[in-house]
Design a protein around this ligand. Sequence first.
Ligand SMILES: NC(=O)C1=CN([C@@H]2O[C@H](COP(=O)(O)OP(=O)(O)OC[C@H]3O[C@@H](n4cnc5c(N)ncnc54)[C@H](O)[C@@H]3O)[C@@H](O)[C@H]2O)C=CC1
Ligand SMILES: CC(C)CC(=O)C(=O)O
Ligand SMILES: [Mg+2]
Length: 355
Amino acid sequence: MRITAIPGDGIGPEVMREALRVLSFFGGRELKVDVAHAGRTAHDASGHVLPEITERLVLDSDAVLLGAIGDNRPGDYEDGLRPETALLALRKSMGCSINLRPILCTAQPLGSRYGYAAGSDILIVRELNGCAYYGRPRGTRLVHAPSAIVPEGFDTMRYSDAEVRRVARFALEAARHRRGMVLSVDKANVLSTSRLWRDSVASTACEYTDVHLEHCYVDSASVEIMTRPHDYDVVLTGNLFGDILSDQLSMLPGSLGMLPSAAVGHNGRGLYEPVHGSAPSIAGLGVACPIAAILSLAMLLRHALGWHAEAAIVDAAVERVARALPEQGVPYGKASSASTSEVGDAVMAELRYMS
Ligand SMILES: NC(=O)C1=CN([C@@H]2O[C@H](COP(=O)(O)OP(=O)(O)OC[C@H]3O[C@@H](n4cnc5c(N)ncnc54)[C@H](O)[C@@H]3O)[C@@H](O)[C@H]2O)C=CC1
Ligand SMILES: CC(C)CC(=O)C(=O)O
Ligand SMILES: [Mg+2]
């Protein structure tokens, strides 16, 4: 089995270090880990946000573990391609069209404001290879306004029936193994893409009479799920809405720094990464929460390697650590006032204790 680890930018390498420590706990097995670069870090070293060597390693591996990619400093990027385009390209080239973002609230969510969410368990199933993030044409251009020539930006939001059916089927299957409910989130009152989305989801669901399907507009869903998280099971949505909703719902367990994700492709290969980004303002301070990265590793162990027992141990170790974290004065994104390596040390100690 081969894993490619891409630490990336900002806090990416900091949280990756802790995830790889956890992986090394299960060392001594047939596992080869290559480290590769992408994003701003890769651009500064090689002139490309996605060097060819990284692409080759990724396509040769069974799974990819990624820290975060992105940078807010101005950069002289080739063809104007920002670091984030490396991540979009990786997701596309790996065929990772389905993004699983579990929002699992333990009995004691961090942050007392959202204590009511305790015990809720939502799985966001987000389409990942389409929508406005990939649609063409896109760009900026000069247009004639009444009294001047002015710049405008434009993107294309696009979904095909087949793309929607593929992710809908995945969500409906997932619901069968959970509590049997799917909420499909769109903006069908305004967008043509969403009207097609709703029709395609509804017609796919005809084959799943045992699953209860509801539809909701994204603006309303963002409030409904936050206020009644226990009423929801699988949340099915497109690329753009899923991106926004998952950051918002990270407040239910208490921190963006705790949310893992898995992007799965048709050939079983997957990209495992925290939901959060490179958090430039805290990069280098050693305060980033590594829990999302460690839980993403657990998803990799389970889904890519089939190491179910090991994944369960990592999940349990993290849960025990999260319960014990001090939560006073914790800012948005962070899980506690503990440092990155202190959280990593605590997870390693739990792993040793439980094994
Ligand atoms: N998958 C990826 O690689 C993603 C990359 N990005 C990129 O990351 C860069 C920063 O984007 P932002 O919008 O600021 O989102 P962000 O997720 O990096 O940060 C949002 C807020 O959460 C905090 N935060 C995030 N992760 C944290 C952690 N593990 N521990 C403690 N605090 C944490 C940050 O300090 C910030 O206050 C951008 O270049 C963006 O494009 C954004 C989201 C996903
Ligand atoms: C950085 C973007 C490419 C995507 C993003 O924010 C996400 O997938 O959560
Ligand atoms: Mg995002």
